[in-house]
Design a protein around this ligand. Structure first.
Ligand SMILES: [Zn+2]
Ligand SMILES: [Zn+2]
Length: 142
């Protein structure tokens, strides 16, 4: 299948390709994304069978200790970039949007876990769907 997208960490010790559709981007304001990313998590997603690691020498996984879905978080052990969120039962890998090479063709479509947002978080001021509204929104895969 044709390559839909490529991405990598800051230093290149983790890189990947996606050979299939990507979901539009959700901003996750949960405490764990906040701590792991430094502000909010901004994730697209791909089906696991469409995802290929090209370089994984830097890839490390951290448990996400309070995750409802027993997720783990992938990062680069050499440069520290946060890259992936993967639930234990998932068919998809969630990819930090900032690690994709541009142009992505993706849009930010909504906000998750807004009740855990930092008190400086200005991203919630837009009209995009939030939490329960988002749960009923049909997300675009391109
Ligand atoms: Zn790196
Ligand atoms: Zn989150």
């Amino acid at each position: 299948m044709e390559t839909r997208a490529r991405g990598h960490c800051l230093c290149g010790a983790v890189s990947y390709e996606v050979h299939g559709p990507l979901r539009d981007i959700l901003l996750c304001h949960c405490e764990e994304c906040r701590r792991f990313s430094g502000y909010v998590g901004a994730f697209t997603a791909a089906r696991l069978e469409h995802f290929t690691l090209v370089e994984e020498r830097g890839l490390r996984w951290a448990d996400s200790p309070r995750s409802d879905r027993h997720a783990k978080r992938g990062f680069c052990g050499e440069c520290g970039s946060s890259l992936f969120w993967q639930p234990a039962d998932g068919e998809r890998i969630h990819i930090a949007a900032g690690t994709l090479d541009p142009p992505t063709g993706l849009e930010v479509v909504g906000h998750w876990y807004t009740h855990q947002a930092g008190d400086y978080d200005e991203l919630l001021g837009d009209a995009r769907p939030k939490d329960s509204e988002l749960a009923t929104t049909e997300l675009r895969w391109t």
